[in-house]
Design a protein around this ligand. Structure first.
Ligand SMILES: NC(=O)c1ccc[n+]([C@@H]2O[C@H](COP(=O)([O-])OP(=O)(O)OC[C@H]3O[C@@H](n4cnc5c(N)ncnc54)[C@H](OP(=O)(O)O)[C@@H]3O)[C@@H](O)[C@H]2O)c1
Length: 244
């Protein structure tokens, strides 16, 4: 279903974005992979049989968006997965750290979608998937002020973009995972293995975090025509964690 479709993936060098890029390549898609890690981009190129175009680009370089994305073909899908996490309790609030996270998690996907729309890179039928989180709209977590704010903002943006782009038959949806087993989650060094195991017990479905492949399956669904009448929505994927 995604064979020969042109799909841009940010955060394609790690975790969910990398797994998504691999999955799309396996499905025969043409992938535009965006990230900074050259070795990971080279890996994607090597397994792509010529179907991956890699863009080594720091998504906070907003002034370079127009030039960077000008050469892209018209797209059928966009997955915004690039993101960073935070752990900054309010008493240690740093405007610099806050702004950095907001730039990557919130401003970059919004600026990217705006630039692609402006440049006429979104075909009729294009599906845009924004990686949000249950944090922000469904729950909070001490220390995650910037992260929760950035992810809640994406759900608001998706509703506006969905309406603005519906006339061109472009869909915009958010995926809201709970914790997923990725480098981002495992790398939270302030969380001990014991605390991580205890946290998993709070997920009703299987007492575990989501597997990356489960998240990728949801992204594939949102990209495909299987979800052709869904737009502006928030798809929660948390093993029942947020159920009352
Ligand atoms: N993992 C979870 O538990 C979880 C749960 C809910 C939502 N999410 C969301 O899902 C998305 C992916 O998470 P993940 O776990 O796959 O993260 P990850 O493994 O840490 O990957 C993050 C990606 O973001 C890219 N990135 C970071 N800063 C960038 C910048 N300035 N410019 C360009 N690329 C940048 C990184 O690429 P380079 O280092 O190569 O630049 C990397 O590819 C994130 O938006 C995250 O908030 C994750």
């Amino acid at each position: 279903m995604l064979k020969n479709k042109h799909i841009l993936v940010t955060g394609a060098t790690s975790g969910i974005g990398y797994a998504t890029a691999c999955d799309l390549l396996d499905a025969g898609a043409q992938v535009i992979a965006v990230g900074r890690s050259q070795p990971r981009l080279a890996e994607l190129s090597a397994r792509s049989e010529g179907r991956a175009k890699t863009l080594a680009f720091d998504l906070t370089r907003f002034a370079e968006y127009r030039e960077t994305f000008a050469g892209l073909p018209a797209l059928d899908g966009v997955v915004c997965s690039a993101g960073i996490a935070d752990s900054n309790p309010l008493r240690f609030f740093s405007l610099e750290k806050y702004q950095r996270l907001i730039d990557i998690n919130q401003t970059a996907p919004i600026a990217l979608v705006a630039e692609l729309a402006r440049a006429g890179k979104l075909r009729g039928g294009t599906s845009i998937v924004l990686l949000a989180s249950i944090l922000g709209t469904r729950m909070g977590r001490p220390g995650a002020a910037a992260y929760a704010t950035s992810k809640a903002a994406l759900t608001g943006f998706a509703k506006v973009a969905a309406l603005e782009l519906a006339g061109k038959l472009v869909r915009v949806n958010c995926l809201l995972p709970g914790m997923v087993d990725t480098e981002l989650a495992a790398g939270q060094t302030e969380v001990s293995q014991e605390a991580r195991q205890a946290d998993m017990q709070r997920y009703p479905l299987g007492k575990r975090y989501a597997k990356v492949e489960e998240v990728v399956a949801a992204i594939r669904f949102l990209l495909s025509s299987e979800s052709s009448f869904m737009t502006g929505q928030e798809l929660v994927m948390d093993g029942g964690f947020c159920l009352p």
